[in-house]
Ligand binder design. Structure first.
Ligand code: PMP
Ligand code: GLU
Length: 402
């Protein structure tokens, strides 16, 4: 579509928006929903959200907030003071990080604070380093602001780790930020204290900002332990935005509460962007989030134990498939097998294999190319053990017919 202005033909739409794709995970999730609504006997291992219900104490806190009339804008827009205090206490208690509540901004999910940080930091042409495989939204959020994603490929053979050397080699005078995600969606890898320290040296030397996405912090399996680069390396930490939220640990994806904590100047800019954008996230959800942080943590533990059992099952079954290898994820709830051994005349790549499994196994997953690796598929194991068994029986049968 185009319109005629004077002598020029111009697109009526923003080329930045036209040039990026809809979020692959969100789009695939919507496609699964549509197929299920039409009655398809489909197993979806697509969703990036816990299949558990939001804990009862959290729901109760929201209902009480409604009944008490806490249903207006929050003042300040950056989040309820009690919630920001609870987050500051959590960051101290669990992550050994000191933030004043004024350095915390509560947003409509972690996704929004990442985007707001990109808006606050990126000028057209600035570079953002993104280790691959990566969560689908990072690169497109950078592109939306006219920035240039610099994708640094890592491979399963080296544990999907970004090395300090690869990072140092990628830094140019245009580099503004690096996006780190540990535990990682989609690989489930978790960086160690030592690895983050070594990356921190390069980051501090270069003086770039870090967006440290720690949303899967609580979905982690021993012996792996979560540490934040901000706690490991003060030189990098003073230029780090910690990103976290309630969607995953508390099964609260629909409530839309996330937050960022970071240096005062950056947080003031992020708060300014949010004030022009969403004002604040849902007030009722913020009361629920206070309860999530300050109430019993029992459900977090039971969910983690369930995810661990499911991980062990799906990874063992994937590794039984000829032509497929899958590393054991240390965190999050995704298996990210290398399926390139299945490629040939019948299915040539990850997108065709995803379609094949949808048609022949009635099982949905996400092609790895959306996360930066066409050799892989992403399976969410936020599904019950019988569901995973059934999905893997179907996949086993479909794969034997390739
Ligand atoms: N980061 C990662 C790595 C994710 O997987 C997700 C899931 N959507 C998000 C951020 C955003 O989470 P939310 O906006 O629901 O807090
Ligand atoms: N983070 C989830 C996923 O990767 C939810 C969808 C999204 O926001 O991308 O599937």
């Amino acid at each position: 579509m185009s319109i005629q202005t004077m002598n020029r033909t111009v697109s009526p739409f923003s080329s930045r928006v036209l040039d990026v794709d809809e979020s692959l995970t969100v789009a695939t999730f919507a496609r699964m929903g549509e197929l299920k609504r039409r009655g398809a006997d489909l197993i979806s291992l697509v969703a990036g959200e816990p299949d558990f219900d939001t804990p009862a104490n959290v729901k109760k806190a929201a209902i009480e907030a409604i009944n008490k009339g806490c249903t207006k804008y929050t003042a300040p827009a950056s989040g309820l003071p009690e919630l920001r205090q609870a987050i500051a206490r959590k960051l101290k208690r669990e992550n050994n990080l000191d933030y004043d509540p004024s350095q915390i901004v509560v947003t409509c999910g972690a996704k929004q604070v990442i985007f707001d940080a990109v808006v606050a930091l990126i000028n057209p042409g600035d570079e953002a380093i993104i280790p691959s495989p990566f969560w689908v939204s990072y690169a497109d959020q950078v592109r939306l602001m006219g920035g240039r994603p610099v994708i640094l490929k890592t491979s399963g053979e080296t544990g999907f780790r970004l090395t300090p050397r690869a990072l140092a080699n990628a830094i140019t005078p245009r580099t503004k930020i690096i996006l780190l995600n540990s535990p990682c969606n989609p690989t489930g890898e978790v960086y160690t204290h030592g690895e983050l320290g070594a990356l921190g040296d390069v980051i501090a030397d270069a003086g770039i900002f870090v967006i440290s996405d720690e949303i899967y912090e609580k979905i982690i399996y021993e012996p792996a332990r979560h540490v934040s680069i901000a706690a490991v390396h003060p030189g990098a930490g003073c230029r780090t935005l910690i990103v976290n939220g309630f969607s995953k640990a508390y099964a609260m994806t629909g409530w839309r509460v996330g937050y960022g904590a970071g240096p005062p100047e950056l947080m003031r800019l992020i708060a300014k962007v949010q004030s022009q954008e969403t004002t604040n996230t849902c007030t009722i959800s913020q009361y629920a989030a206070i309860e999530a942080l300050t109430g019993t943590q029992e459900r977090v533990e039971t969910m983690r134990a369930a995810f661990r059992e499911r991980r062990d099952l799906i990874v063992a079954r994937l590794n039984r498939l000829p032509g497929v290898t899958c590393r054991l994820p240390q965190g999050a709830f995704y298996a990210f097998p290398n399926v390139s051994g299945l490629y040939g005349e019948r299915v040539r790549n990850d997108v065709e294999l995803t379609d094949y499994l949808l048609e022949e196994a009635m099982t949905g997953c996400v092609p790895g190319s959306g996360f930066g690796s066409g050799d892989h598929l992403r399976f969410s194991y936020a599904a019950s053990l019988p569901t995973i068994h059934e999905a893997m029986d179907r996949i086993e049968d479909a794969v034997s017919r390739i």
